[in-house]
Design a protein around this ligand. Structure first.
Ligand SMILES: C[S@@+](CC[C@H](N)C(=O)[O-])C[C@H]1O[C@@H](n2cnc3c(N)ncnc32)[C@H](O)[C@@H]1O
Length: 228
């Protein structure tokens, strides 16, 4: 599919395949729902995510599973406030409704290209990007190993990948039980494949060929930065 700049709202998005219908709600509903999931399942903070992912945006950046674009917009807002440069950003997501939200958000941004694509089969040539972020999504992608392999392939040698991943609920009653109930609902609904075990996901990164540079836990989330 031909990439569209965010200003080209008429982009012809192909129909979302059936298995991706879990993300067929309007993007505003996703944002509202996502806030409660962030607080109660991840037990994490939105600002932590903004500052973490902002650090890994280069002049030639790929945002995998960009969703409604709200998180990316907040990151770019902070960059604008700090007068930091914003270069070429390509965002992909396979859910039509999510991408429609991102297209609206970035309609006036000529340097942001958005397209419908599967994170497990990117059309970009090897070594196309200097940085890749996968925010709040690796646990939502079936075959995360394949998606990581694709992120590795399209990164230049020395390029960095930043990911936050949902972990199995930890902590004590009742917070752990609330998180477990939300995870179970997410799996039933199809928006979550499975939370990760921290060691398992780190091993997956290494098997894919990444060198892990940063790894820390916050609530039920694992933050990883890895270099190709
Ligand atoms: C929880 S949302 C996160 C969106 C955004 N990164 C954020 O932090 O707000 C997960 C996103 O992953 C996308 N997604 C899941 N599997 C995907 C795949 N195989 N390829 C591309 N996008 C995928 C969904 O469509 C959804 O927009």
């Amino acid at each position: 599919m031909t990439p569209a700049t965010a200003s080209e709202l008429t982009v012809d998005l192909c129909d979302t395949p059936k298995t991706e219908n879990a993300y067929a709600s309007p993007s505003w509903w996703y944002d509202l729902r996502g806030f409660f999931i962030l607080k109660l399942a991840y037990r994490d903070s939105l600002w932590r995510q903004v500052f973490f992912f902002d650090k890994n945006i280069s002049d030639n950046h790929l945002e995998v599973a960009v969703g409604s674009g709200t998180l990316l917009r907040m990151i770019l807002f902070v960059r604008q406030l700090r007068r930091r440069p914003i270069g070429r950003i390509v965002g992909i997501d396979y859910a039509k409704e999510m991408l429609a939200g991102a297209l609206r958000t970035f309609r006036r941004w000529a340097n942001i290209e958005l397209e419908q694509a599967d994170a497990r089969a990117l059309r970009f040539a090897d070594a196309s990007f200097d940085s890749v972020n996968i925010a709040n999504a690796l646990h939502s992608i079936p075959d995360p190993d394949v998606a990581l392999g694709e992120a590795h392939r399209v990164l230049k040698v020395g390029g960095r990948l930043a990911v936050n991943a949902l972990l199995h609920p930890r902590g004590s009653w009742p917070l752990r039980n609330i998180a477990a109930a939300i995870d179970a609902w997410g799996i039933r609904k199809g928006i979550l494949v499975s939370p990760f075990d921290g060691e398992e996901i780190s091993a997956l990164f290494r098997r894919t060929g990444f060198r892990i540079e940063e790894r820390r836990n916050h609530g039920n989330a694992l933050y990883l930065v890895a270099r190709k």
